[in-house]
Design a protein around this ligand. Structure first.
Ligand code: ATP
Ligand code: MG
Length: 215
């Protein structure tokens, strides 16, 4: 069965993450989606993120009760800067049909990722649309070195599918456009404002109890 991976900082996890993961799970018939919080995200100011244990705790609370979502502490346990290439290689040892799920905002920057060219040999990619990041075609979002290794793939059910020379595919998938981000949640909290209905109730409780994201 197919397995999904959703990497991120999850600082904190919000309804946007959960809903798009659910839509993709259903559309691609994924048996499990692993949410994997980064220990140190390579592209973010590490000082800004809540401690990894808090982000993990909120993710566990958010996904409890779902039969399809799991949380992996692989990157947190590994420590150091969290590189997706290392994570995909580890997951490949256990799962043979891997789908890496990523928002268009992050995908457009993939040319800056560690050993990015190799990523496309280890997993299929599902690129999710995201508000404010006008999505173009998959090849237009990629550096020339990857673009040259792609060909359009004729999929009976889907449009906008490409195949990499490794045989792995890249899908563009239109999810419900939820203009929610962790940045927005953090900003509201730092102003003392409500984040109810932007994050799941157990996450809101943890944020309040542990006084996270207060300025
Ligand atoms: P921040 O504002 O701190 O960057 P974020 O909301 O973007 O937080 P991340 O942890 O950076 O959350 O996101 C993890 C992954 O989920 C990324 O691939 C991102 O593009 C995707 N993602 C997050 N929120 C949404 C959303 N509302 N719709 C679609 N994709 C999303
Ligand atoms: Mg982000």
């Amino acid at each position: 069965m197919a397995t999904g991976i959703l990497g991120g900082t999850f600082n904190p996890v919000h309804m946007g993450h959960l809903r798009v993961a659910e839509e993709i799970r259903e559309a691609f018939d994924l048996e499990t989606v692993y949410f994997i919080p980064a220990f140190i995200p390579p592209h973010k100011d590490a000082g800004e993120a809540s401690p990894p244990e808090e982000r993990l705790r909120m993710l566990r609370a958010a996904t409890r009760g779902s039969g399809f979502f799991k949380v992996s502490d692989l990157e947190i346990k590994r420590g150091g800067i969290s590189y997706t290439i290392d994570t995909l290689k580890r997951f490949k040892l256990r799962f043979d049909d891997l789908y890496f799920i990523i928002g268009a905002d992050a995908f457009r920057l993939i040319g800056t990722w560690h050993r990015y060219e190799e990523l496309f040999s280890h997993a299929h990619f599902i690129v999710m649309t995201r508000p404010a990041f006008g999505t173009v075609d998959i090849p237009d979002m990629l550096p020339a070195r990857v673009r040259g290794k792609l060909a359009p793939f004729n999929d009976a059910e889907r449009k906008g599918v490409y195949i990499h020379e490794s045989g792995k595919k890249i899908y563009l998938y239109r999810v419900t456009q939820l203009d929610i981000s962790s940045t927005k949640v953090r900003n509201l909290l730092s102003e003392g404002r409500s984040v109810r209905y932007l994050v799941p109730p157990p996450v809101e409780r943890i944020i309040i109890q542990r006084r996270l994201y207060r300025s």
